[in-house]
Design a protein. Structure first.
Length: 246
């Protein structure tokens, strides 16, 4: 005789009642742990109960950044995006819909320069200026302008403790920055703008009581404030108190 079918085997060798009972319990457990998904209705079903599936929030693209809130002063610019689909049924919530960033406009509505007093002066040791002059050969600065520049004297008002803690050989000049000392900062090409012939952060048009900010190149944590004393044609401070704009 040939092979028996599963039905014939079941008739000849019936399973014990306990197996039928366990099979029934296992089937119930499986259906509870794995509810079926009905695509036709878009719902998750478990027996006679149904739930809507979670829908996450959907947002559009960011808008362009707005302009600064005001000219010539540090301000904020803003960009926004909008909700296209609200979250439902515990779906992922909406992300931030607005972002802000600092900004500073350097021109008035009339096209005049402004706001430079709010920009920190980036400085380094004057020794670097000697090497920079040799590398600054450019058509923008012909040889007859190699000596162009000016000097600004400042009185340091405050500085962070990170300046005195600097021990790297190329940055030891930061240790000589002291509160209350007069320092000289030279403005020379190529730090000098070819258009304005000034250096950023030199305190142009700033009054003597105006607090200005500076930051050391090579260690952004070495920073502080100073007040402008005067502008000179040449610097005359001791070497350890002589710096250049970068």
């Amino acid at each position: 005789r040939g092979l028996l079918t599963s039905t014939e085997l079941y008739k000849q060798f019936p399973l014990p009642a306990s197996v039928h009972q366990n099979h029934h319990l296992l089937s119930n457990y499986s259906s509870q742990q794995n509810p079926s998904f009905h695509q036709s209705s878009g719902k998750i079903g478990r027996g006679s109960q149904k739930w809507d599936y979670a829908i996450p929030c959907v947002v559009g693209e960011w808008s362009h950044w707005s302009g600064c809130a005001e000219q010539c002063h540090p301000g904020l610019r803003i960009r926004r995006r909008y909700v296209q689909q609200e979250p439902k049924n515990g779906g992922e919530p909406c992300p931030a819909l607005e972002e802000k960033a600092g900004c500073l406009e350097y021109l008035t509505y009339q096209g005049e320069e402004c706001g430079h007093e709010h920009v920190p002066a980036f400085i380094t040791t004057s020794e670097y200026g000697k090497e920079r002059k040799r590398r600054a050969a450019s058509s923008l600065w012909p040889s007859d302008k190699e000596a162009a520049g000016y000097c600004v004297e400042f009185r340091t008002e405050s500085l962070s403790q990170h300046c005195a803690l600097e021990t790297r050989p190329h940055a030891r000049w930061m240790q000589y920055l002291r509160e209350g000392h007069t320092v000289c900062v030279a403005c020379q090409p190529p730090a000098m703008s070819t258009g304005t012939q000034r250096c950023s952060g030199d305190g142009h048009n700033a009054h003597g009581d105006k607090i200005l900010h500076w930051e050391a190149i090579g260690n952004s944590q070495c920073q502080g404030t100073w007040k402008k004393i005067r502008q000179l044609e040449h610097c005359s401070c001791p070497l350890v108190h002589s710096f250049i704009f970068t």
